[in-house]
Design a binder for this molecule. Structure first.
Ligand code: UD1
Length: 422
């Protein structure tokens, strides 16, 4: 890794983006004040704050603390300008229906990583008894009272499982979600809803049961740590031959990821709520397949490919969750990576050195892949498209600097702000 700086030290991991987003939407269910702690200050959270405010929720933010009072909701319509930015904002539909009996939510946007339809969400809400109409790019749903039902998901979608759990909490009777997602963020949401008074069983398994209750109360709840941020720092340590300890984490949440990083040659020491990542030699080629939890997380695929691009040997990485999550490969190639894409598979022939280049992040984790690649590359890399990275990583520049990286935020002539790594 000639030219790269070895990362060393410890870094505190922020709260989970995906956990916090689902829980914030769930806060619409309560009459009363919800206090959330360990909320990351990132772009997607600010978008959700604006979305909830547009519906009438009162929100205060202070550091990693956020209070949401959804007692008096004033609108059942989520604004297009906000929902188009982020797919997770579609998940206000279920809670709005449960509270107000109707909801109008535009088709969502978010990272461009392949077709991301909302058919499971819509079908699920319909199965719970809502009348649905799709017109002018919006989904309109109406129901005086949702009723519990059996719902089978064609794919264990994390967002759909979370959304339908919130929709079902105030429904009449019992809802059973089969082939549910088992992600830690689903369990986090279930823990939060249960604290509010919901009756949920089986979160974290493939069958989730929700018995409807009459009302939910505001609570004080701490969001789980962000396993994707922790994993990204693990890869950053490995790719720079470094020694980094991530703190304030739940190591079990990284169980599907750690063995693969070890296969790639990393030494990983797990303690109660810290993980130390070290790399003493050149990474070793290894094959990876992304799968729903507890498989290897699709969100770690991109940074992992960056690491494997420097490995000794050839790796095959298969993306089973999103068909277009390889768009960043052309950017890694600009940095000297030898990667061939065939459909959902990337064949990565490890090179001994990456070189800095001007590159562009096309989505959040593509941005993470380019950052870790740039940490190891010889020379300067300028990464445009930082707004994608800022959607999901809190204080990334500051955190990397504290570990010794030479990285700064600059106004780029090419396109707004860029991250520069020398
Ligand atoms: C969430 C995460 C995202 C992660 C992904 C997979 C949030 C805010 N985002 O996204 O970081 O990459 O899980 O772990 O939590 N699908 C459909 N129809 C639907 C819904 C999903 O076909 O109605 C498909 C998607 O196209 C995809 C697969 O199901 O191929 C999984 O998507 P899903 O788990 O829903 O991802 P998100 O919840 O959007």
């Amino acid at each position: 890794m000639t030219g790269g700086t070895r990362l060393e030290g410890s870094v505190r991991i922020s709260g989970s983006k995906n956990g916090a987003l689902a829980i914030m939407a769930g806060a619409l269910l309560a009459k009363g004040k919800t206090v959330l702690r360990n909320v990351p200050k990132i772009g997607d959270i600010f978008t959700m704050v604006e979305t909830l405010r547009s519906l009438g929720a009162q929100i205060e933010m202070n550091g990693d603390w956020l209070s949401i009072d959804a007692t008096n909701l004033t609108s059942h319509e989520a604004p297009y300008e906000l929902v188009k930015r982020m797919r997770a904002s579609f998940c206000v539909m279920g809670p709005l229906l449960a509270r107000l009996g109707r909801a109008r939510v535009p088709m969502p946007g978010g990272c461009d990583i392949g077709a991301r339809p909302i058919d499971f969400h819509v079908k699920g809400i319909q199965t719970l008894g809502a009348y649905i109409e799709t017109e002018h790019g919006c989904v309109y749903a109406e129901s005086l009272k949702l009723r519990g039902a059996q719902i089978y998901l064609d794919f264990p979608s994390a967002g759909t499982t979370q959304h339908l759990m919130t929709a079902a909490c105030l429904a009449d009777g019992v809802t059973v979600i089969q082939n549910a997602a088992a992600e830690p963020e689903v369990t986090d949401l279930a823990d939060y809803l249960t604290a509010m008074g919901a009756k949920i069983e089986g979160a974290g398994t493939t069958t989730v049961k929700i018995a409807g209750v009459d009302e939910l109360r505001g609570v004080d709840y701490t969001i789980i740590p962000d396993r994707m941020e922790a994993g990204t720092f693990g890869i950053a340590a490995a790719i720079t031959g470094g020694d980094v300890t991530v703190t304030h984490v739940v190591p079990e949440h990284l169980e599907p990821f750690i063995p693969k990083l070890q296969d790639a040659g990393a030494r990983v020491d797990v303690r109660e709520n810290t993980i130390r990542f070290r790399m003493l030699e050149r990474p070793i080629a290894t094959d990876v397949m992304t799968m729903p939890h507890p498989g290897f997380p699709t969100d770690m695929q991109q940074p992992m490919v960056a690491l494997l691009s420097l490995a000794d040997g050839t790796s095959v990485v298969t993306e089973n969750v999103y068909e277009r999550r390889f768009k960043y490969i052309s950017e890694l190639q600009r940095m000297g990576a030898d990667i061939k894409q065939e459909g959902r598979t990337a064949i990565i022939k490890g090179v001994s050195q990456l070189t800095g280049a001007p590159v562009t992040a096309t989505d959040l984790r593509a941005g993470a892949a380019l950052v870790v690649a740039a940490l190891a590359a010889e020379g300067k890399t300028e990464i445009a498209g930082t707004e994608h990275i800022d959607r999901g990583y809190e204080n990334l520049v500051e955190k990397l600097c504290s570990l010794g990286a030479d990285i700064y935020r600059a106004d780029s002539e090419r396109r707004g702000t860029a991250l520069c790594l020398a």
